[in-house]
Design a binder for this molecule. Structure first.
Ligand code: FAD
Length: 416
């Protein structure tokens, strides 16, 4: 009789979860677990939480949805808090599990967690499954991927690649191992209301995707994606993608089905194109690893020393630059910011306030509902000119951005 543990990380879903499907096929008994990491409760040296409460609420909703779905299939989701190596070792000993299955996360802290688990003698089988394109289908070894996004995209397109096919949800989950003690289950945190009203969980994600397509919003995506106000100017898939309630492959497959019904257009292409950026920042981690986390990044430019007063005014939306302040207040109030405004406020921090890009990235990590280690790190590094941008960094002219994107001051009035 083989017992396995399935460790959910940022893949809180049943549909298109190859690691879970494999575990279900191989195990006679399966223990699905989620481990709350102590790091999530950490506070930055400057006093702000590493993970804002809003993200914890979204996570709570996502876990509740997953748990409910697993229970419908006769299983459950057990929650623990602690270092994954310790929790998993104890669980493996207790249940006589022969291995732990999980998704692979290619970022330094998560790689370290996996190493510790293996050092404890627990067999860990990890599956890379958070990108739209699988590693195997890429037309180059991922470690040799082109540095420039345009070259990367052209190679992908020339090879005729769109996405790797999603897999179905397991139809049956093996029963739980016996003698599992009552786990530590955290009390649900009350949902916060946000103007965007994201609700965590796979089923909300699928509902959101369905209505986005049914309302034919992809058709206008290319024209609206740089707008600043409202729900529909961009897809808002990001919070669900970040926790893996939804996979990028499912989105891409649904987009392709949509194109077959309604025809392909610039909007459907641009949505795919943005998802390819998401993949690109993921794959860069295979090539450059920890280098992406150093102050200098991939460049040899001198490191900036942040002025703490400037940081506080930037954080609070009190720099005196109206567009930037409106953006920073939207982020503070809602946990979400459009891509355009993320670029504007990040550029302002790096180039106008001359701050260390890593501090800006840490603030985004704290606040963003859709915080994703690869996309956050990648975009900040790119804007700071310490990544793979052939133009060596992106400084945004705030007056021009205001003129182009908020000429009547509507966005500024909304948030100031
Ligand atoms: P849409 O415009 O509808 O795009 C569809 C999807 O494509 C998004 O959900 C996202 O998965 C992907 N995507 C779009 N733009 C990018 C991009 N530039 N890089 C990577 N993927 C992209 N995105 C995150 O998901 N998490 C982050 O932590 C994050 N940090 C960022 C930090 C900075 C400084 C910047 C400039 C961008 C960051 N982004 C991040 C990327 C982007 O801003 C968001 O993905 C996007 O605004 C989310 O809204 P949406 O789902 O409506 O996007």
């Amino acid at each position: 009789m083989s017992t396995l543990i399935y460790w959910f990380r940022n893949d809180l879903r049943l549909i298109d979860n190859p690691a879970l499907l494999e575990a279900c096929l191989r195990a006679d008994r399966l223990l699905p677990v989620y481990i709350h990491l102590p790091q999530a409760r950490e506070t930055h040296t400057l006093g702000f939480p590493r993970e804002d409460r809003r993200r914890r609420v979204f996570l709570r909703e996502s876990l509740d949805d997953l748990k409910a779905q697993l229970r419908t299939l006769g299983s459950d989701l057990l929650e623990y808090e602690g270092e994954p190596a310790e929790v998993l070792l104890e669980l493996a000993q207790f249940t006589h599990a022969s291995a732990v299955y999980s998704e692979r996360i290619e970022a330094p802290e998560e790689i370290h967690q996996s190493q510790l688990i293996q050092e404890r003698g627990v067999l860990l089988k990890e599956f890379w499954q958070s990108s739209m394109l699988s590693l195997e289908c890429l037309p180059f070894p991922v470690q040799d991927m082109p540095d420039m996004f345009t070259q990367f995209r052209k190679k992908v397109e020339n090879a005729g690649l769109r996405f790797s096919a999603p897999v179905v949800a397991p139809s049956k989950i093996p029963s739980l191992p016996e003698l599992v003690e009552t786990p530590l289950i955290r009390a649900a945190e009350q949902a916060n209301t946000s103007p965007h009203q994201f609700a965590g969980g796979e089923r909300s994600a699928l509902d959101h995707l369905k209505q986005y397509l049914a309302r034919r919003l992809p058709d206008t995506y290319k024209e609206t994606r740089n707008q600043l106000i409202g729900k529909d100017y961009s897809s808002k898939f990001s919070p669900w993608l970040a926790l893996g309630c939804l996979s990028a492959r499912t989105v891409a497959a649904e987009l392709t089905a949509y194109e077959q019904s309604h025809g392909a257009n610039d909007g459907t292409y641009w949505l795919w194109f943005e998802l390819l950026w998401r993949d690109y920042f993921r794959f860069l981690h295979f090539k450059y690893g920890k280098q992406l986390y150093q102050a200098q990044g991939l460049s040899d430019a001198p490191v900036m020393r942040s002025n703490l007063q400037s940081f506080e005014s930037w954080q609070a939306g009190a720099t005196g630059e109206p567009l930037v302040d409106a953006g920073m207040r939207e982020l503070l109030k809602t946990g979400y910011l459009s891509n355009r405004m993320r670029q504007v406020v990040a550029s302002y921090w790096i180039y106008d306030l001359q701050g260390d890009w890593r501090l800006g990235a840490a603030w985004f990590e704290s606040q963003l509902l859709d915080y994703d280690v690869y996309s956050n790190q990648g975009n900040w590094l790119y804007l700071a000119g310490r990544g793979t941008d052939p133009r060596g960094g992106r400084r945004f002219n705030i007056a021009k951005q205001t003129q182009d994107h908020d000429p009547q001051g509507e966005y500024q009035r909304l948030w100031l």
